[in-house]
Design a binder for this molecule. Structure first.
Ligand SMILES: O=c1ccn([C@@H]2O[C@H](COP(=O)(O)OP(=O)(O)O[C@H]3O[C@H](CO)[C@@H](O)[C@H](O)[C@H]3O)[C@@H](O)[C@H]2O)c(=O)[nH]1
Ligand SMILES: [Mn+2]
Length: 727
């Protein structure tokens, strides 16, 4: 009799979405329609405006092709963490090194960073297997001070969460939403508030008074902030705040490791922003704990689900996919979004819809936060390792010394030196990749190209929740930085279309290109925001007449793209109103951040100074936050990025009014319908801009100077076009 081992229960399953077949059929139809349109354009090239639309439509067609790569294999996954223990015993769970990046105590309040750290330390996971590394690029004693306090509070907070099975393990989120009386929660709240007050008062004052320093350890730590210490030029500071083997929580259970690291900064060496910080963390953690799993977290992205590591393990523990599994990406989700999501800060397409489409191919892009990496994936491809010279940095190295021992601390300082990476392949072949302000996109791309796969998992309850920009200026600035980073990849050797398609296949190449080529959308958006409108003012018809069959083609292309986009959006649990705002913000980005990102990228290439990584502010102004919650656009600052928005708003208004007048006078409605429709669309989309320019009185209105400049430009354009002979 033969015995067979029963098959182990599934840890995860994956399936294609039901809409896949429809998607594919529609893609084919739409592609044919695009070909017909190109044919139509080629026959009409002699018309004066056709070349504009030809260029615009070619770019739109290209972008549509890239979007289609997400629609051919849209995938969804399920995990079964309840089966985990049959495959992997708790004592065999892999260790995890968690990196939390922060860069500025005034834009990223230390109390928020502490909250993120506490939520992650409190994971429902063996604490002795967790090490949290806080990377402080701000080199701030205020942040370190906050973490000394956090380490004390953690000894109470962790057992409280564990014993009461708390789900919101970020203290701030817990106290905000839980009125249920957990045993002891009132006392803990008092302790939390006390810590918060202490930290915030120190941050408000901007310096640390002797009265706040209570132990010898702390005194010694803060001595490192001497007179020479500045944010851009200072020695390495590594402070072990909690050591798992040594420290116990108030119930006697082990604590996770908690380590503060501010890498050495020296103006003579490039620090490569976040990617540089993360590479330092990779090395420092290698000599201290060297866990096989690395979780990267932005300082504002707190854990919203203590079971996330178990869900991640459902993939990691599956031997059949392990050999080339590089990372598991959870989507970036946000808290505090207003109901209509006016700035489309949720980036539903980028963070939720598109990754699901790539998951059916070789896996999603890395988006910078909420991503569990297999450490080995930073050191060459699955079958072509690229290892650092120092043996103790290899991913299989086993650390045998306690993290506070001299040897370990000495090597940690050594690898955090600002010139450590000189003449090495860190940032080019190893670790997080340099050369792009969108280090996340760049790193994921290169990992995929070297043969790694990734997995996208989108649980119902968001695994992480982050802050989002609540002013239009911040939102556009963030987008502008991304564009610079994306263009840096497009114009590098790792272009997703050429290099990417060669190593990942054409569909993955197109998926990556969809994001990378965002900024070129600026061209069709500018053309369609100005040319048909100006022609309308001049009474020139540029689109097919309503009665012609070409009009049906135009209508199909316009409606087809928008209805499908809207369906994708609504099926991903969005609302129609959110989709509406999302399409509007795409136009806004096209007219502002995409263009300005392109300009700054070009200047950077020409060697003219650039701002580098401009950290998004996470500080909330009460007035602004009130307006944001009411769904009111926040302009306020006189940014040149607002000028095209104002100009387009006025040109569309003028065109729409003149169009109506012409029709009333018995003009050519049949020939001008398309243009009337576009001006009307532009007019409706610009509503918040008229409000901000004309009748709002609050601080978030459009600054006068921007209104004046954009009105002048718009009126000049409208007048000039009237001088063009009406052909
Ligand atoms: O020199 C720097 C600059 C930034 N950061 C950190 O990088 C993170 C992201 O910065 P943020 O200003 O919040 O940028 P976002 O645009 O919101 O971030 C998105 O875009 C970045 C790439 O541009 C990714 O790194 C992020 O993970 C992704 O969430 C924050 O934790 C910062 O502290 C550093 O550690 N060092
Ligand atoms: Mn952020």
């Amino acid at each position: 009799m033969s015995t067979t081992t029963p098959p182990s229960p599934p840890l995860h399953t994956t399936h294609l979405l039901r809409r896949t077949t429809l998607n594919r059929i529609f893609s084919l139809l739409y592609a044919l329609a695009i070909l017909a349109l190109i044919h139509h354009h080629l026959h009409n090239l002699h018309h004066s405006t056709t070349p504009f639309f030809f260029i615009a439509d070619l770019i739109l067609a290209f972008m549509w092709t890239t979007t289609t790569s997400f629609r051919l294999y849209p995938t969804d996954r399920k995990v079964f963490p309840e089966n985990l223990e049959q495959v992997l015993e708790k004592k065999d769970f892999p260790a995890m090194d968690i990196f939390i990046c922060t860069a500025d105590p005034y834009k990223e309040p230390p109390m928020n960073v502490v909250n993120t750290a506490l939520s992650l330390m409190a994971y429902d996971y063996p604490p002795e297997k967790i090490s949290v590394y806080v990377s402080d690029d701000g080199g701030s004693e205020l942040t370190l001070f906050a973490f000394f306090e956090a380490a004390k509070f953690a000894k109470i907070w962790l057992p409280f969460c564990r014993d009461n099975n708390v789900v919101d393990r970020c203290p701030e989120a817990f106290f905000r939403s839980n009125d249920v009386a957990f045993s002891g929660s009132a006392d803990i709240k008092v302790m939390y508030e006390k810590m918060k007050m202490k930290v915030e008062s120190v941050v408000d004052r901007g310096s640390l008074d002797a009265e706040y320093i209570s132990t010898e350890d702390e005194r010694k730590a803060f001595e490192r902030w001497d007179k020479e210490f500045t944010r851009n030029h200072h020695p390495t500071v590594i402070q072990v705040l909690l050591e798992s083997g040594q420290e116990k929580d108030m119930k006697g259970h082990p604590m996770p490791n908690l380590i503060y690291v501010s890498r050495e900064k020296n103006k003579a060496y490039p620090h490569n922003f976040k990617a540089g910080a993360l590479n330092t963390m990779l090395r420092v953690s290698a000599v201290m704990t060297n866990a096989p799993i690395v979780l990267t977290q932005d300082c504002d992205m707190y854990s919203n689900d203590p079971k996330t590591p178990q869900r991640m393990l459902c993939f990691y523990a599956d031997q059949s996919i392990r050999h080339n599994l590089g990372y598991i990406q959870f989507p970036q989700r946000f808290h505090g979004i207003n109901k209509a999501d006016i700035y489309a800060s949720e980036y539903k397409r980028l963070y939720v819809i598109n990754p699901g489409g790539m998951d059916g191919l070789k896996g999603p892009c890395y988006v910078g936060s909420g991503c569990f990496f297999v450490r080995r994936s930073f050191f060459g491809g699955p079958s072509s390792p690229e290892l650092p010279e120092a043996r103790h940095l290899w991913p299989d190295h086993v650390v045998k010394m306690p993290i506070r021992s001299h040897q370990v601390l000495d090597s940690a300082h050594e690898v955090a030196r600002s010139n450590y990476e000189n003449n090495t392949t860190w940032g080019s072949k190893m670790g997080f990749r340099y050369g792009s302000l969108s280090e996340d996109f760049n790193t994921g791309l290169q990992q995929h190209c070297s043969g790694w796969k990734s997995i996208f998992f989108h649980p119902r309850r968001p695994a992480f929740l982050g802050d989002l920009p609540i002013t239009l200026y911040d939102a556009l600035n963030q987008n502008r930085r991304w564009c610079i980073g994306l263009l840096e990849v497009v114009f590098s050797k790792h272009n997703p279309l050429t290099y990417g398609s060669r190593f990942m296949g054409p569909l993955m190449g197109l998926s990556y290109a969809n994001n990378a080529y965002w900024p070129i959308l600026s061209i069709p958006i500018f053309i369609y925001s100005f040319v048909p409108q100006l022609a309308l003012i001049n009474g020139v018809s540029v689109f097919p007449e309503v009665s012609s069959c070409w009009f049906i083609l135009y209508a199909f292309l316009f409606l087809g793209a928008n209805v499908q986009d809207c369906l994708d959006y609504v099926l991903a649990r969005g609302t129609f109103q959110q989709w509406w705002n999302d399409q509007r913000i795409w136009h806004i980005r096209g007219l502002s951040s995409f263009l300005f990102g392109f300009i700054e990228f070009s200047m950077k290439r020409l060697g003219i100074a650039s701002k580098g990584f401009h950290v998004t502010s996470k500080v909330v102004d009460n007035e602004q936050s009130k307006r944001y919650n009411n769904g009111v656009f926040e302009f306020g600052v006189p940014s040149p990025m607002f000028v095209p928005l104002g100009t387009v708003a006025i040109v569309n208004l003028v065109a729409f009014v003149i169009g109506i007048l012409q029709i009333l006078k018995g003009g050519n409605m049949n020939g001008l319908f398309g243009q009337m429709f576009l001006s009307c669309f532009g007019f409706v989309n610009s509503w918040p801009i008229y409000e901000a320019m004309l009748w709002r009185t609050d601080k978030g209105k459009m600054p006068r100077v921007i209104s004046v400049i954009s009105t002048l430009i718009a009126l000049t354009l409208c007048t000039l076009v009237l001088l063009v002979p009406n052909a």
